[in-house]
Design a protein around this ligand. Structure first.
Ligand code: PLP
Length: 397
């Protein structure tokens, strides 16, 4: 049997339809979308069409979309761009030296993806007040605590779905609670929705969220394209300077072919979301049964399987007295691809910051295994994965 990829939260294979769209566009395109000649106009038409389709699938306006190089850039643009814009509009502090201004503040959580977390640390080094809110055993922050911490902040950034343990957070409830407490002074809200797209229902307009990040390669489109949705003209300054593309908020010639493939994959992911969720839940339950049979002391990390606020496709477990990295290698040799935490964290010897934030010790955090299913995962693969898990986990560490 072919290798079994159960690491879809790291990246999910290119969908056949997206591949066809990508190759067709690469063959057809012969111009820069900013050029006025026929080749340029054809590229512009393809970009405009993709913009319209993506905006339609996400229920936002075409002008709300800013294409980026990926989820990481979208997260960075949201954080740096909002705080810079807030700084630009802020008044001098009362007792500050002449010319000094209060830096705009940020509130985020300890379990964000490193694209948000490291951006937040950098902003703190640059003098911005940054508060990190902890999480409960499910991996979700307490929204009341986030709201209290947001006093005076310009931006609150809380992920819609966690890539490692799969908990989801009701961003609409967060926006409403911030508005109720702070009224017109409420900070803007950004959500990293990279892992939520195509896995749980998303209603950005209904939630009233101002900024949301997405990544094409998490929904079956090519790596290297991302998106920042900016609703209601939320104030934002660019991080890059150059041409006027993407309303001058993200200059640089657009990757038209890949954006076109992103539109195709995103439409499919949104249309198939409910069906995918049902299938993924069944797959995750079967995987968990397999893990439990092989390792009776295994524990689920993050939300329990019956928690309604969770990604359907993600199983994160702690396996006592197991070294996650050694286990990943063994599973890999047996043909099963999983992860010992997030893809970035698993490349290092450091235990995952998410597992630590859930209150596990450093040794325990090294015993984490994450399995995540995707749009192409089928029943026979799960049956085979369970066989591999019972063979391999029996012999762990
Ligand atoms: N945010 C989350 C929650 C992610 O899972 C990822 C990818 O792992 C990213 C951001 C970064 O996206 P990209 O790989 O497109 O930069």
């Amino acid at each position: 049997m072919a290798r079994i990829h159960l690491d879809h939260n790291a990246t999910t294979p290119l969908r056949a339809e997206a591949r066809e769209a990508l190759l067709g566009a690469l063959d057809a395109l012969a111009g820069n979308p900013s050029s006025v000649h026929a080749g340029g106009r054809a590229a512009r038409a393809m970009l405009d069409d993709a913009r319209e389709r993506i905006a339609g699938a996400l229920g936002v306006l075409e002008d709300d979309l800013i294409f980026t190089s990926g989820g990481t850039e979208a997260d960075n643009l949201a954080l740096f761009g909002t705080l810079r814009a807030a700084d630009a509009g802020s008044a001098p502090r009362a007792n500050a030296p002449a010319g000094a201004v209060a830096r705009a503040g940020l509130v985020t959580t300890l379990v964000e993806h490193s694209a948000v977390l490291e951006a937040a640390h950098q902003l703190a080094r640059e003098g911005h007040p940054v508060r990190f809110v902890g999480v409960g055993p499910s991996g979700r922050p307490d929204l009341d605590e986030v709201v209290r911490a947001a006093e005076g902040a310009a931006l609150v950034s809380v992920m819609a779905a966690n890539n490692e343990v799969g908990c989801t957070t009701d961003i609409g409830a967060l926006v409403a609670a911030l508005r109720e407490r702070y009224g017109a002074r409420a900070p803007r809200v950004h959500t990293d929705a990279v892992q939520a797209l195509g896995k749980v229902p998303l209603d950005l307009a209904g939630a009233g969220v101002h900024l949301a990040s997405f990544s094409a390669h998490k929904v079956g489109a090519p790596v290297g394209v991302g998106l920042l949705v900016r609703r209601d003209r939320a104030p934002l300054q660019p991080m890059l300077f150059g041409g006027g593309q993407e309303a001058a908020l993200r200059p640089g010639t657009e990757n038209v072919a890949a954006v076109h493939a992103f539109a195709v994959a995103l439409e499919l992911a949104v249309a198939e979301q409910a069906e995918f969720a049902t299938r993924a839940r069944r797959h995750v339950e079967n995987l968990w049964m397999g893990v439990q049979n092989a390792v009776p002391g295994a524990r689920i990390l993050g939300p329990t399987l019956d928690d309604p606020e969770r990604l359907p496709n993600t199983l994160s477990v702690l396996l006592p007295e197991t070294d996650g990295r050694t286990l990943i290698t063994r599973l890999d040799l047996a043909g099963l691809e999983g992860s010992a935490g997030s893809a970035c964290a698993s490349g290092s010897l450091e235990p995952s910051h998410v597992v630590l934030a859930l209150g596990q010790g450093r040794a325990e955090a090294r015993a984490a295994l994450r399995l995540s299913t995707g749009h192409a995962t089928h029943d026979a693969e799960i049956t085979h994965a369970v066989e591999i898990l019972s063979r391999t986990l029996g012999k762990a560490p």
